[in-house]
Design a protein around this ligand. Structure first.
Ligand SMILES: Cc1cc2nc3c(=O)[nH]c(=O)nc-3n(C[C@H](O)[C@H](O)[C@H](O)COP(=O)(O)O)c2cc1C
Length: 248
């Protein structure tokens, strides 16, 4: 590929493969996207593989309960200039563990971060998992999902899990080519970590305020009067109905 970016610093790319198997088609797909991007522009890559960390995720409800390794992976996601995310399709969606991992990501950390979406499935029929499952998840984070995602099926891979399909290779090249102009504007290349840290502190403070509002103001002052008003309207209505019934 001939297109290159003018970036002085390499882009800090974090790739996530939700593939639990080893070897994994999803992992091979994400690896190929990393390779293609690396041909086009200088990148540093932190590759998070669920084939390695998947079994460490399930028992945790809160982030501090996760092993340090996974906490470090989450911090890397939050500090990335851009993400490449891939998941196998399980029951027409991303896997539960893939979602569980992103449940721990601080909710403002991915604002404006470009995200290249990828998935591998057994069937062509679930290709829209990119649009109907992955894109909305990253829209929640207000991330900048890149225009072209990459979907692969089992048939695109050799028995050794290398990519054998020319059409899939072309799609990866296209996805990276379309990503490049957006990556050129990726916020503060290589400098997101500090920004994210500040945003996280701010978000946690806001959470505290929200909790206070919920408990001390909203519930007693808004909910109860509404209930009384609703009850009196109901009684009024019931009274009318019984009068009408008497008349009849
Ligand atoms: C529990 C389970 C559910 C699956 N559900 C689907 C599905 O709904 N649609 C589909 O196309 N493939 C489905 N598959 C097939 C996988 O998505 C496919 O083989 C994928 O490439 C596996 O990726 P991996 O090698 O990274 O684990 C399912 C596989 C498993 C194990």
């Amino acid at each position: 590929m001939s297109t290159t970016l003018n970036a002085v610093k390499p882009l800090n790319i974090v790739a996530v493969s939700g593939g639990l198997n080893n070897p994994s088609k999803t992992e091979a797909l994400v690896q190929e996207i990393i390779h293609e991007l690396g041909q086009a522009t200088p990148i540093n890559v932190h590759f998070i593989k669920f084939s390695e960390i998947g079994s460490l995720l399930g028992g945790a409800i809160y982030r501090h309960q996760l092993p340090q390794r996974v906490q470090d992976d989450l911090a890397a996601v939050e500090a990335a200039d851009a993400l490449i995310v891939g998941t196998p399709v399980y029951r027409a969606s991303f896997t539960g563990l893939f979602k569980h991992f992103f449940d721990f990501v601080e909710q403002t950390a991915l604002v404006d971060v470009p995200v290249l979406l990828a998935a591998s499935g057994g069937s062509d029929r679930h290709a829209l998992v990119l649009e109907h499952q992955l894109r909305p998840l990253f829209s929640f984070f207000q991330a900048q999902t890149l225009p072209i995602g990459v979907y692969a099926t089992d048939r695109d891979f050799t028995p050794e899990y290398t990519i054998q399909s020319a059409a899939l290779r072309d799609r990866i090249i296209l996805a990276v080519a379309r990503a490049l102009p957006i990556l050129e504007w990726a916020p503060a290349k290589g400098q997101r970590a500090e920004v994210v840290k500040a945003k996280t502190v701010q978000a946690n403070q806001n959470l505290g305020i929200n909790r206070q509002i919920e408990q001390e103001e909203v519930l007693p002052s808004a909910a109860v009067p509404d209930l009384q008003a609703a009850e009196s309207r109901l009684q009024h209505k019931a009274g009318k109905t019984s009068i009408q019934a008497d008349v009849a």
